[in-house]
Design a protein around this ligand. Structure first.
Ligand code: CO
Length: 495
């Protein structure tokens, strides 16, 4: 654009910041009830349980967290059968949550900048972490596990959401160890599913341990690779033969953390002149291949697959580390000052060791989901949260369906007063085709100051929800979750 051209009129904002921020209120209450307020109807063949995790407390007895990622993990479940749904939410009884609730005050610093009262003197050299179990919840080998990537999983009772204790994955990890918040289920062939996960130990160099578990929860393979430099790795991508990690171009200067001035994650800085490194690990334990590409920051990968000697990886990329530096209160964030995620495709030529990058979606997106059988395979349909407007950064208020073959999109927007959570694609039993199923989203409805569970038809999301279940309270904005095709609710009372 030249200086003589008028600036385009700003896109009218699709939301109010007050509405958006009101989804970040703590939810200290624990509920169990049949959902009675419903628009539309639940499909009769939709059966199973949606489990969601996310920060349930945004303050500890009046002391606000610095960042929502520091909030204590709270699990919500919606068990669906015969057109009815049962809601339940429970905090994960982590040692830190129990201690703080008993003390009625904040006792721990948070990784994302929450400090104990009393200033730097009260925080300096206190490097204890509170395992807050707030990032993801998965069901594997009959175990329900709440995950937080810097510490051990917590095991929960899927029927009651009661916390049963720390879980060591049948001895795979040791006390004090950690397990990713983003394991992947490899759909495999002939029902031979595997859970693939990892842990990272980082510092001047970084060691990634890659684990594969069979359907009984036993480790069947384990490899470790060490790379130079610091690594912030939240997620990875999986194909039948490879696990792919992105080493974002970031460095870690821990001094402000040690001195009690900042949280550990606030000490990460982005180096735009350095490449992002793709760490391509063969799942059979062969040596890793490292390929450099354009600098970008990735939290989440949408999918990856192998095709004709190429490795294709679709990822949500930011043009820098999306920190909230300089923001005193995360509820007042200026979205224009924060980078937006876009969906990029990396096409890796393994023989040449080169990568081509293209953009699949340039609008602001986060939280991808797809048919579970398409994980790691050539795929067609992706669903992902997006902003209402096609340009600029803004809260996620809409859902977009991308046909990766044609580039065509469908959009359903909940703006101006609806705010999205992570969508989850649930296949229809005996469904025909990759988009034959439903997309479930636990979203925040600012008009009611409560949350809604919406169910959309995966084949046509533009038609709007086929069912909207109105919860009589809110669930604060969450992170990740799973749909388990098994009903974990009470048996309905017989009249
Ligand atoms: Co994540």
């Amino acid at each position: 654009m030249t200086a003589t051209q008028p600036r385009p009129a700003a896109t009218p904002q699709s939301y109010s910041i007050e509405d958006w921020a009101s989804g970040f209120r703590s939810q200290p209450d624990e509920h169990s009830y049949w959902i009675t307020d419903m628009e539309g109807s639940l499909p009769p063949d939709l059966e199973g349980t949606l489990f969601r995790n996310g920060p349930g407390l945004l303050d500890i007895y009046g002391h606000s967290v610095k960042h929502p990622f520091d909030g204590d993990g709270m699990i919500s479940s919606v068990a669906i059968q015969n057109g009815r749904a049962y809601f339940r939410n429970r905090f994960v009884r982590t040692a830190g949550y129990v201690a703080e609730q008993q003390a009625k005050k904040l006792l721990f610093r948070g990784v994302f900048g929450t400090q104990k009262p009393g200033g730097p003197l009260a925080n300096a050299f206190d490097l204890k972490l509170k395992n807050i179990a707030n990032t993801h919840i998965i069901y594997w080998a009959d175990q329900l596990l709440a995950l937080w990537e810097a510490a051990e999983p917590h095991r929960l009772d899927p029927d009651t959401l009661e916390t049963l204790g720390l879980d060591y994955l049948n001895g795979l990890i040791s006390p004090g160890g950690s397990f990713t918040a983003h394991p992947k289920i490899d759909p495999g062939h002939h029902g031979d599913q595997r859970l693939v996960g990892f842990s990272v130990k980082t510092g001047l160099s970084s060691t990634i341990n890659l684990y594969e578990l069979d359907a009984a929860g036993n480790a069947i393979s384990q490899h470790s690779h060490t790379i130079p430099g610091f690594a912030f790795i939240h997620d990875f991508a999986l194909t039948p033969n490879y696990a792919i990690f992105f080493q974002n171009p970031v460095s870690f200067g821990p001094l402000p953390f040690l001195l009690g001035l900042k949280g550990a994650a606030e000490c990460i800085s982005y180096n735009p002149k350095q490449p992002t490194k793709l760490l391509i690990m063969p799942r059979n334990g062969d040596p890793m291949q490292v390929i450099e590409t354009d600098p970008c920051f990735v939290f989440h990968h949408a999918n990856a697959f192998e095709q004709a000697g190429q490795l294709v990886i679709d990822s949500v990329c930011y043009d820098k580390f999306p920190s909230l530096e300089g923001t005193s209160d995360f509820r007042e964030v200026d979205f224009d000052q924060v980078p937006a995620g876009q969906l990029w495709r990396f096409s890796v030529d393994l023989a040449a060791g080169s990568t081509e990058v293209s953009k699949l979606l340039t609008r602001c997106v986060e939280f991808p989901t797809l048919h579970p059988d398409a994980v790691g395979r050539p795929y067609r349909h992706l669903y992902i949260g997006t902003a209402h407007a096609a340009e600029g950064n803004a809260p996620l208020q809409a859902l977009i369906k991308l046909d990766t073959h044609t580039g065509e999109t469908q959009l359903w927007s909940a703006a101006p007063r609806g705010f999205m959570g992570e969508p989850l694609f649930v296949p229809r039993p005996q469904g025909q085709g990759e988009d034959d199923g439903w997309v479930l989203v636990l979203m925040y409805n600012a008009e009611r100051r409560c949350s809604d569970l919406v169910v959309l038809d995966g084949r046509d999301i533009t038609a709007g929800p086929v069912a909207r279940l109105k919860l009589p309270h809110h669930v604060p904005y969450g992170l990740h979750g799973s749909f388990v095709p098994r009903y974990f609710g009470p048996q309905p009372e017989t009249p």
